[in-house]
Ligand binder design. Structure first.
Ligand code: GP9
Ligand code: MN
Length: 654
């Protein structure tokens, strides 16, 4: 009789149901943190925070169901499902990007839809159902044990809310103690998740995004003068030995997909070089090869690299500029050179909507965009996101040759993209043997890309374009994320990947070939932001009046460091990683010196300035001397079957 009474009590207790929901969800989230994310937990307080951080949001959101008297369990299960789905989406996203989903990423998902499918599938597996087990258990319990449980009065929610807020404030207080200014200096999403949890991070992100759209509205023309002053003070004057040495020449950029610098001169165990062609450029003494050059991209990956190279501004700390700031005013390289009589074009074997390129290129002033529609996208020719590099370069040649000279062009390769799998007929090169299929594949796809590049250079030599074109090749961003560090330690022959080795893995090679100019290996430190002033100075265009943050790599005044989008930096004598200084040679933590602090401050200041320019759309208030603002409406990309392929087509105002 007594037993029956207890059962009856439980059966009616919505609070017991709620408590089970919270506990299961909490445990699941904690397991996900441990299994899926590498959050760099390095003390007991952080361990504790990681354990408690899911509680406040679980209480707050699932508790909402207590407001409904009739549908308490249904609503609680629905909220549990939505939160589980958010967690799982973050897990899949993290497996690929080593990062968390943000509002702008969700916006991007819309424009990239259907094309991320391939990669997403390879990142999910059957066992992932685990991340929904609590939802399933709750459904079963709701129909059995808790059949009759309903919320009786709304007071319960007030108590739960009070509890949630208390837990959150306690959590935040401890987090701020360990990491001061956590919320105000949120360069790194990993930190926010580590301290506040994946769900609170999403709430923070939503608030931040609302804030960011209001930033543009609030900005005024006076905001640009602070940036102008900073820029004037940090301008790097050109080197007279190189200034104008490429005047009037064509420009050919090649974005080397996911290509990291450790591959240059790398030999397989049998002695074979992975990238013999690129190695020949690195060693020929004719091409400038920068071996301390770093990518500075954020979540916008390839598109962030493009943005850096053409605007000499930093990408955003979250989301892609190409997506989120596609209506801004820019003074990009194609527009600057357009004024000087250059024709500009992009060649890319993927569809024009990917990364919102068809919108953003108009803003940058690109005359033409040869996208997938111009290529034979047959099954043999394509893999993953689009054209394989060999047919891509081959089919691009007649289009390139048809351009009016001088031209400014960009080729975006694709074959060396995650998960780096090749069709068997495309390679005879041995895969690596490092116990990680992604890393192993990387050697084959990089080798294939290298062969494609040789083929491209041979074609350029054959048609004579090689002799009057500056050719710039750059790795756009890393290809092998920290998730592959165990195998990477084997690749590099080191016991483990330390923070400084990890920083050096962010090196991407940069090559600049200028006909008639002697090159050679260059050891100065720099990043993607530095390429535009370097190129414009070679072309004889002084960048003094432009608002940009790069520093000419060939100038004797070149500053010798490169920052990362997360606020870290690298330089010959010191690296700053997650707030600590390291000796890059020994990998040891070193104390702060005034010199280190001064670079660190500059890094923060520069990212802040660049973020102001981009988020507040400040270039709309400033026109450099001699620059004629472009009208994006004068550019459109109608495809080979489109009405017109002339550049600068008037849109007749529809
Ligand atoms: C897609 C290509 C690859 O068009 O640029 O993009 P990524 O995933 O490297 O940013
Ligand atoms: Mn890329």
């Amino acid at each position: 009789m007594k037993k029956k009474g207890l059962f009856k009590k439980i059966e009616n207790s919505h609070i017991a149901f709620f408590a089970i929901a919270i506990i299961l969800f909490w445990i699941k989230t904690y397991i996900a943190y441990q299994m899926e994310f590498k959050l760099g937990i390095d003390n007991n307080l952080q361990k504790f925070l990681l354990a408690i951080n899911p509680i406040s949001s679980a209480l707050f959101f699932m508790g909402l169901a207590l407001l409904s008297k009739k549908h308490t369990k249904k609503i609680m299960i629905a909220i549990n499902f939505i939160m589980s789905f958010l967690l799982y989406a973050n897990i899949v996203y993290y497996r690929f990007f080593n990062d968390f989903i943000t509002v702008p990423v969700i916006m991007q998902a819309k424009s990239n839809s259907g094309q991320l499918g391939d990669s997403a599938n390879s990142l999910m597996n059957g066992l992932d159902i685990f991340y929904f087990t609590d939802t399933i258990v709750l459904i079963i319990l709701a129909f059995t044990v808790f059949k009759k449980a309903v919320s009786k009065n709304r007071k319960t929610y007030q108590l739960v809310l009070l509890f949630a807020v208390t837990v959150f404030l306690f959590n935040l207080g401890l987090a701020e103690k360990d990491r001061p200014q956590l919320l105000s200096r949120s360069f790194d999403r990993n930190y926010l998740v580590k301290y506040l949890g994946a769900y609170n991070f999403t709430i923070f992100d939503v608030i931040q995004n609302i804030e960011s759209s209001s930033q543009r509205a609030m900005a005024s023309s006076s905001d640009v003068s602070t940036v102008q002053n900073y820029r004037q003070a940090n301008y790097t004057a050109p080197n007279p030995a190189y200034f104008g040495k490429a005047k009037g020449m064509n420009v050919i950029y090649v974005s080397l997909e996911s290509f990291q610098n450790f591959m240059i001169n790398y030999k397989m165990p049998d002695g074979q070089e992975v990238t013999p062609f690129l190695n020949s450029l690195a060693n020929d003494g004719e091409t400038f090869y920068f071996d301390n050059f770093y990518h500075q991209t954020g979540q916008g990956k390839t598109s962030d690299a493009e943005f850096l190279m053409e605007n000499s501004l930093y990408p955003l700390s979250q989301g892609a500029v190409f997506i989120n700031k596609d209506q801004n005013t820019y003074q990009a390289a194609p527009a600057i050179l357009g004024e000087k009589g250059y024709t500009s074009a992009v060649f890319h074997g993927n569809y024009k909507t990917f990364w919102n390129r068809n919108v953003m290129y108009r803003q940058l002033g690109y005359d033409q965009f040869f996208d997938a529609e111009y290529y034979d996208m047959s099954t043999e020719n394509t893999k993953n996101y689009g054209m394989k590099d060999k047919p891509y370069f081959q089919e691009s040649m007649p289009m390139l040759e048809s351009l009016k000279q001088p031209f400014y062009t960009k080729f975006i390769t694709l074959s060396n993209h995650f998960p780096f799998e090749m069709d068997p007929e495309d390679t005879t090169f041995p895969a690596g043997d490092f116990g990680d299929s992604v890393v192993n594949n990387y050697f084959q796809s990089a080798h294939y890309m290298d062969e494609a590049l040789k083929q491209f250079f041979d074609s350029l030599k054959k048609d004579g374009l090689y002799d009057n074109s500056v050719i710039i090749l750059y790795g756009d961003h890393y290809g092998l994320s920290e998730n592959h560090n165990t195998a990477m330690a084997k690749v590099l022959g080191v016991p483990k990947i330390t923070p400084t080795i990890n920083a050096s893995l962010q090196e991407t090679p940069l090559f600049i070939h200028v006909p008639g100019v002697k090159g050679g290996v260059q050891h100065q430190f720099g990043g993607e932001v530095d390429v535009r002033p370097t190129l414009l100075h070679l072309l004889g265009i002084d960048t003094k009046d432009y608002i940009e943050f790069g520093s000419d790599l060939l100038s004797p005044q070149h500053r010798n460091w490169a920052l990362f989008r997360n606020g870290d930096f690298v330089s010959p004598n010191v690296d700053q990683i997650s707030g600590k200084y390291y000796n890059p040679t020994t990998g040891e933590v070193v104390p702060e010196t005034p010199a280190y602090k001064s670079i660190s401050d500059k890094v923060q200041q520069e990212l802040q300035m660049s973020d102001d320019v981009v988020s507040k759309d400040l270039l709309r208030f400033y026109t450099p001397t001699g620059f004629k603002p472009i009208d994006p409406n004068n550019y459109q990309y109608l495809g080979p079957k489109g009405k017109s392929q002339q550049s600068k087509v008037q849109t007749s105002g529809e």
